[in-house]
Design a protein around this ligand. Structure first.
Ligand code: F6R
Length: 608
């Protein structure tokens, strides 16, 4: 999604802005632009396409100025063209605005302004907002922005500068994340922490309805109505090296390979081996609260929704609580049956996904307890839930989610273990579960050591146009996730199904051109999946199978097999997903795809 960066201080802004935008490229975008103010006025450069297109324009020389804003746009209203790229200016051309989000009443405001003689150069809602700010300008940018924002409906993260006030940068937030970076005699705004880390790790997270006014002497936080409010300065734990590629060809590969460590970090401090349970005090729920839960609803999107499905299997099997998993986008517009004895768990890597956030707000409104399993510290979901666990997986830069997935499943395992031990699970079963969890990082490493085997399998399937992923039980969600990874980064059409469902339709697709990936560890449904493999074999399908060591039966049937270490059935997706992530990675690389920034995708989906 769109990225915002802004700077005010003693240094030249343009280079810092480009560098900041580069750090946000991973979020996905289709045009970019910067605006810089200096003694002689406002200079704007923008371009459709990748940042390199903007840089080419700047080859002739960076505009000088120590105040500036920069933006990467992911088109929502209007095509990804240069005129629609941000920054946008007001009618006078003095005020420049960059904007993440959507102004819902832009149509009506545009009409009103047109009647007052305004002319527009783009199709965007952002330009309408720029004109409105200009229309309301009476000598103070800060007040003009506050006045304009009182008129608009919708969501925004904003940064605004004016050539008439070369010492002021105004930022505002409602429904789209924004941080102020506090440096030494210099200040930044950004829509996520990555462009700031090079300069400062001290940040102030803006909340909805808040504005930041940055000047050459410091910054002030206010609301649309109140001139000043106090906000704490937080320290970001990540440093620059954690968001750099560190020798890997792609962020996705780096993040796949980080999973032994990221998983360890998720589990760290939570396992109480002696008592066979977990410590999850961050949930802010007492044991009595946890015992009183009658139902759990887990809500999420995309990959996080897949981990939620695995959570459903774990919680129902071990804690014996009814669980429903809901797409956040559906949950928020239904009339969900929830009350104060329902626990609503929101899962999100970014902590900013608009649908998940809205679902959690809806659940809170209806009296449910809400907890979040979130990776990005200080993100909106993390701050709005009643309690939760941070995943501590470290920054995930590759657009396709990998290490966040395994950490989400591990976090769900921690929650499950605590609730299960308060109910029926024995101490011995609890300890067995803990030992299995502790073994996972080493087992993932063992799989990663054999990545070359997955690469060799990928070579044989690079030219495929379709693929089916089949699994049963808790590995059905792993099949969905494997298929999602494949379609996201290689653009191969891939579908995940519960293996037995194949006969109810998809079997019609099977022929010698259809690779079918079976996730078939030696679990409770192993024999059933062998029958499903036979069915594919009988129709000439090409079979790739993930099996446990010594599975001669499946090895005989499959065209390619990859072995995974043995673990408890419920935890097996944490292992089976690793070769599937690698498989899609290697296929996509061989097809020449932009693995870290797949077409049309955004890392953090902050619009509906
Ligand atoms: C898939 C992927 C997306 C996200 C989804 C939710 O690789 O990255 O499907 O999982 O957009 O994002 P979060 O977890 O940030 O809420």
């Amino acid at each position: 999604m769109c990225g915002i960066v802004g700077y005010i201080g003693p240094r030249q802004a343009a280079g810092l802005l480009i560098e900041g935008l580069r750090r946000m490229e991973y979020r996905g975008y289709d045009s970019s632009g910067i605006a810089v103010v200096n003694g002689t006025g406002l200079k704007i450069m923008k371009s459709a396409g990748k940042l390199s297109a903007l840089e080419q324009q700047l080859d002739g020389g960076m505009p000088s100025g120590t105040l500036g804003i920069g933006h990467t746009r992911w088109a929502t209203h209007g095509a990804p063209t240069t005129p629609n790229a941000h920054p946008h200016t007001d009618q006078s051309g003095h005020i420049a605005v960059i904007h993440n989000g959507i102004i819902e009443n832009a149509g009506a405001i545009r009409k009103m302004l047109q009647q007052r003689g305004h002319t527009f150069r783009s199709e965007t809602d952002t330009e309408v907002l720029a004109h409105l700010i200009g229309e309301l300008y009476r000598g103070s940018l800060e007040e003009a922005v506050a006045a304009a924002l009182r008129e608009v409906d919708g969501a925004y993260g904003l940064a605004i500068i004016s050539e008439d006030e070369p010492g002021v940068l105004v930022a505002a937030r409602k429904g789209s994340p924004l941080l102020v970076g506090v440096g030494e005699d210099e200040w930044f705004v950004a829509s996520d922490a990555s462009p700031l880390l090079e300069h400062t790790r001290s940040v102030v997270y803006l909340d909805d309805g808040e504005m930041a006014v940055l000047s050459r002497d410091g910054y002030r936080i206010r609301t649309l109505e109140t001139a000043q409010i106090e906000k704490p300065v937080n320290q970001i734990e990540w440093d620059l090296t954690t968001i750099e590629r560190g020798g890997y060809a792609h962020f996705m590969l780096k993040e796949i390979c980080e999973q032994p460590e990221s998983l360890q970090n998720t589990l760290r401090g939570h396992l109480l081996e002696e008592e066979g349970t977990s410590r999850v005090s961050g949930l802010n729920l007492s044991d009595d609260d946890l015992k009183g839960i009658e139902r759990i609803v887990i809500t999420a999107c995309g990959t996080s929704w897949h981990s939620a499905l695995i959570g459903e299997y774990m919680l129902e099997e071990m804690a014996r609580i009814p669980v429903e998993v809901e797409y956040a986008s559906e949950f928020r517009y239904r009339n969900p049956v929830i009350d104060e004895r329902t626990l609503v768990i929101g899962i999100s890597q970014s902590g900013e996904t608009a649908d998940t956030l809205a679902a959690i707000r809806e659940a809170k409104l209806r009296g449910a307890r809400t907890v979040g399993l979130v990776n990005v510290v200080g993100s909106t979901i993390a701050r709005e839930v009643d309690g939760g666990l941070y995943l501590h997986a470290g920054p995930e830069v590759g657009v396709a989610s990998t290490k966040a997935f395994t950490s989400q499943v591990a976090a769900l395992a921690l929650v499950t273990l605590r609730i299960a031990r308060l109910r029926d699970l024995s101490i011995l079963q609890g300890r067995e579960f803990i030992h299995a969890l502790q073994a996972l990082p080493g087992q993932i490493q063992e799989i990663l050591n054999r990545s070359a085997d997955v690469e060799r399998i990928a070579e044989r399937f690079t030219d495929t146009t379709n693929a089916l992923y089949l699994g049963r039980g808790v590995n059905f969600p792993a099949a969905l996730e494997g298929a999602l990874k494949m379609k996201e980064i290689s653009y191969i059409h891939a579908e995940g199904y519960p293996a037995a469902e194949m006969k109810h339709g998809p079997i019609a697709l099977i022929d010698e051109n259809m690779p079918v990936v079976f996730i078939a560890p030696h679990d409770a449904v192993h024999q059933k999946i062998v029958s499903n493999i036979e069915e594919v074999k009988a129709r000439g399908g090409r079979i790739i199978a993930l099996v446990n060591d010594g599975d001669a039966e499946i090895e005989r049937l499959a065209d390619a097999t990859f072995t995974i270490p043995t673990t408890l059935d419920l935890l097996s997706p944490i292992l089976t997903i690793i070769p599937l992530q690698l498989f899609s990675y290697y296929v996509a690389v061989r097809r020449g795809c932009n693995v870290d920034q797949p077409r049309n995708l955004a890392k953090s989906v902050t619009v509906e």
